[in-house]
Ligand binder design. Structure first.
Ligand code: FAD
Length: 558
């Protein structure tokens, strides 16, 4: 849903008579904001949810809504052991591999990272069970789904941590719409007032430096002031759609991503203006994306979580394979950002997914952001050619259209000549069942995301020889993100920290609008939403326990 309310100054307001008063105000009605609204409402608070878009849901509306919950109840029922120590060792190993030390008391994580990850272990299941029991978010257990690093010796519970919305399809691709609906219904039932087309512009600070409310613009251009007796919780998503923040903070030339189009980093501005310190701004939840969709800012963009097709490869502008196409999305995206120091360029900024008629017939699907799409789906990104030469000519024409977005990338003169060597080499690997160049299909997660294939699969189900005859197909691919994972730093209760590490009274943040302790890692499917549900629970409880403003004033006076 497009954002129509312009950003204004984030400078905190001081004083001013409020239009209305609430106990807890939640900015952002996506996954985390709605979960927080449920928890805060159930604790007896008068809650206001302010959502910038014309509908609630945010990025969560697109999400498959897997959620990763360590030591969850169904795991316990199945006898799967997932101890706190083992869980923390696993997350430490992949979040900060450069610091990982199994003999260190925090496995090499900083205190801040360790406390956040421990809070996930201690609270995700509790929070999930509460949402489930109250009918706000019912789940089913995905016992066989592996973590993204299931094979690491540090992962002692490689399967069993993933839950999905109960109503999701068998393919588990559409849980988000159901989750948003049921959580919004439950929040309203718990008394939460949910207002859409309300953009939070800044916080209101009282004379003691405490956050006491927010100022908001609505779709009619009216400014409203809402007081929060206890706390304001931000859940406004990341900064995917603020090109300036992306350019300044992400360590790679990311063209954009598939977060809700209204996720413009508002809390980076509002939070820093209120004195917050920023953390982990260099990280994002990464995934390959169809290049043309991301540069054309397609609001329906879904990241390529599952690059389907067995007779399918990615090649660079020279016609050579450069990566394992089936890596899990966060890792697959890294290939696009390889830096060529000698040439001072990103040689893989655009790669070309190439497939044959077999994959077109057997692997087309409109789920999980796949680029091989069925009849009737949007196929403007698909380039076709009856021969390799014709395909290359058509790719060349398409690249010209986007020269200003790629730094002028063109196919190398030897593209077709090289491709004619690349394809037989890949076909040999496919016949042998072993990719000697990039080890495609050797890890459990690559099989999980292989996507649909023909019944007659190869020895390695991720690979099948590419046909000797056209038509052939291609799509331009680049690296993007689901959303970013940096922002104001918080403690595990979601209380925002200032430059000195002190709590800014009354100000909370949860979800992608605040810094994630996951560093560069994507722990598993559901690795954002499981932890966010835990943090929404903790923040709602801590905010609820804040003394109301009247009470604190009386105490100050005493
Ligand atoms: C295609 C896709 C599939 C995914 N699948 C999964 C999955 O299966 N499992 C998983 O764990 N993660 C998944 N994710 C990621 C997951 O959806 C996000 O991490 C999650 O939704 C983030 O929750 P959030 O509440 O922080 O942000 P969002 O859900 O994006 O919500 C933020 C909300 O804040 C609103 N907002 C922004 N600024 C303001 C403002 N100033 N005032 C008021 N409101 C504001 C936005 O409009 C938005 O509605 C997926 C993402 C995508 C794109």
């Amino acid at each position: 849903m497009a954002n129509t309310i312009a950003r204004k100054s984030p400078r905190p307001a001081r004083g001013g008579k409020p239009d209305e008063s609430f106990d807890i105000i939640i900015a952002g009605g996506g996954a985390t904001g709605l979960a927080a609204a449920c928890f805060a409402g159930w604790l007896g608070n008068k809650v206001l949810v302010l959502e910038k878009a014309a509908e609630v849901g945010g990025t969560a509306l697109k999400a498959a809504f897997w959620y990763w919950v360590p030591n969850n109840e169904p795991m316990k029922a199945l006898g799967i052991v997932d101890t706190r120590e083992d869980f923390l060792r696993y997350v430490a190993r992949i979040s900060r591999p450069e610091a990982y030390d199994p003999n260190h008391p925090r496995s090499g994580m900083s205190e801040w990272e360790y406390e956040a990850c421990a809070a996930v272990y201690d609270n995700a299941s509790k929070a999930t069970e509460l949402l489930h029991a109250k009918g706000a978010l019912e789940y089913r257990h995905c016992a066989g789904v592996p973590d993204y690093w299931a094979e690491l010796p540090e992962n002692k519970a490689p399967t069993g941590r993933v839950l999905v919305t109960r109503q999701a399809r068998d393919s588990m691709s559409d849980g988000g719409v159901h989750a948003v609906r049921t959580m919004a219904e439950a929040a309203r039932k718990a008394g939460a007032d949910i207002r859409t087309s309300h953009r939070v512009q800044r916080v209101i600070m009282d004379d003691n430096g405490r956050v006491a409310g927010v100022e908001v613009d609505d779709a009619e251009g009216r400014m409203r002031r809402f007081a929060a007796r206890k706390a304001v919780i931000f859940a406004t998503g990341g900064f995917t759609h603020d090109a300036d923040l992306r350019r300044n903070f992400l360590g790679a030339p990311v063209k954009g991503g598939c977060a809700a189009i209204t996720n413009e980093g508002d809390f980076v501005h509002i939070g820093t203006a209120a004195g917050a310190q920023l953390r982990n701004m260099n990280h994002a939840w990464m995934c390959p994306v169809v290049f043309e969709k991301v540069v054309n800012k397609d609001p329906d963009l879904i990241g390529t979580f599952s690059p389907s097709g067995d007779s399918m490869i990615y090649v660079d502008r020279h016609g050579n394979r450069v990566t394992n196409e089936k890596l899990a999305y966060n890792e697959a995206a890294q290939a696009f950002f390889k830096w060529d120091a000698a040439k001072s360029e990103y040689p893989n900024l655009v790669l070309f997914a190439i497939w044959d008629q077999r994959s077109q017939e057997n692997s087309a699907s409109d789920e999980y952001g796949r680029f091989i799409v069925p009849k009737g789906a949007d196929k403007r990104h698909v380039i076709k050619g009856n021969t390799w030469q014709e395909l290359a000519d058509n790719i060349g024409k398409r690249l010209k259209r986007y020269a200003s977005e790629t730094g002028g990338i063109e196919l190398a003169p030897a593209f077709v000549k090289n491709l004619k060597k690349t394809v037989p080499r890949f076909n040999g690997f496919a016949r042998a069942g072993r990719d000697a160049d990039f080890h495609r299909g050797e890890r459990p997660v690559e099989l999980l995301f292989n996507g649909p294939t023909a019944a007659k699969a190869g020895k390695n189900p991720t690979m099948f020889p590419i046909g000797g005859k056209g038509p052939y197909y291609a799509a331009l691919m680049t690296g993007g993100n689901l959303d970013t994972k940096g922002g104001p730093a918080t403690n595990p209760n979601g209380q925002v920290l200032d430059a000195l590490g002190e709590v800014i009274p009354g100000l909370y943040g949860v979800g992608n609008c605040v810094a994630s302790a996951s560093g560069r890692a994507y722990w598993a499917g559901g690795g954002t939403l499981g932890p966010f549900i835990a943090f929404a629970y903790l923040a709602a409880n801590a905010a609820s326990a804040e003394p109301g403003r009247e009470t604190s004033r009386k105490r100050d006076a005493a």
